[in-house]
Design a protein around this ligand. Structure first.
Ligand code: FES
Length: 87
């Protein structure tokens, strides 16, 4: 499991193994938008303020992944114990 801090919402969520960041946010009542839920459309993109993302989408190119400033929350996860999102 890892923690996701939603900076704008002032919430800290725990993302359990096998559960997506997207589903965790929705379950907490956060109005994050999604469409494909497979990491291909880019709808669920969220800004990343801190933490290291484990990118699992097909939207970002290598440079965008390396920039570590956004993520697709429907599939991507964390390499660090904690992510801070601009959400
Ligand atoms: Fe399509 Fe996440 S909903 S990339």
């Amino acid at each position: 499991a890892f923690e996701v801090v939603l900076e704008q919402s002032g919430m800290t969520l725990t993302v359990e193994p096998g559960v997506t960041v997207f589903d965790t946010m929705r379950a907490a009542g956060v109005a994050v938008l999604g469409s494909c839920l497979e990491g291909v459309c880019g709808t669920c993109e969220q800004g990343v303020l801190a933490g290291e993302v484990d990118h699992r989408d097909s939207v970002l190119d290598d440079d965008e992944r390396a920039a570590n400033d956004c993520m697709m929350v429907c599939v991507s996860r964390a390499r660090s114990p904690r992510l801070v999102l601009d959400a």
